[in-house]
Design a protein around this ligand. Structure first.
Ligand SMILES: Cc1cc2nc3c(=O)[nH]c(=O)nc-3n(C[C@H](O)[C@H](O)[C@H](O)COP(=O)(O)O)c2cc1C
Length: 165
């Protein structure tokens, strides 16, 4: 229910994501699996296409993107900043990274709150570097992916436990 008393389709999540080397996409697909197992419909949209037609504040919104230069790519920030105002729409974000991000979770939460969304969760998930694969032992890379996917599954379950989704 939004502030005007209209019903929102909280059983649908529109997941807007970008993935440069595939890590974020793996995480988003794992989360989609968990949501759908729990009868929540998930639409995945390409965040880089930033098609405003795909933004529906009557659906819960997920954002998925990679960390770059301790923040994220300018077009990802542009997308987040260009989201329309909302009346309590639940929103969550997940990013993937190698080790460290500076300021993402706090600033994204602030932007969402100022726009009228209800932030229900934020998670940063370490994944391997796919750009220099020869430097990484394959087994080690696979283990890091599996650990990341377990975290994605846990985060999806935590998001489902929030009353608002
Ligand atoms: C240009 C560039 C900058 C990056 N900067 C960071 C960084 O500051 N901190 C970090 O932990 N990882 C950094 N990474 C690693 C990525 O965030 C990480 O590999 C992520 O999982 C990639 O996701 P994707 O495969 O969905 O693109 C960077 C990667 C690239 C390509």
């Amino acid at each position: 229910m939004n502030k005007d008393g209209d019903n929102m389709e909280l059983n649908t999540i529109d997941f807007h994501c970008f993935s440069g080397t595939g890590n974020t996409l793996l995480v988003v697909q794992k989360m989609k699996e968990v949501f759908e197992r729990n009868n929540v419909k998930v639409n995945i949209y390409s965040l880089e296409k930033a098609n405003q037609k795909n933004i529906n504040v009557n659906h819960a919104i997920g954002l998925g993107f990679p960390v770059a230069e301790q923040g994220t790519y300018p077009f990802v920030w542009d997308f987040i900043k260009s989201l329309p105002k909302a009346e309590g729409t639940p929103i969550f974000m997940v990013d993937t990274l190698m080790v460290y991000s500076g300021g993402i979770v706090g600033p994204v939460k602030r932007i969402m709150k100022n726009k009228g969304y209800t932030p229900i969760g934020a998670k940063e998930i370490p994944m391997p570097n796919n750009l220099f694969p020869r430097r990484i032992i394959q087994d080690k890379k696979e283990r890091k992916i599996q650990k990341g996917l377990v975290k994605a599954e846990q985060f999806a379950n935590e998001s489902l436990e929030e009353e608002s989704v």
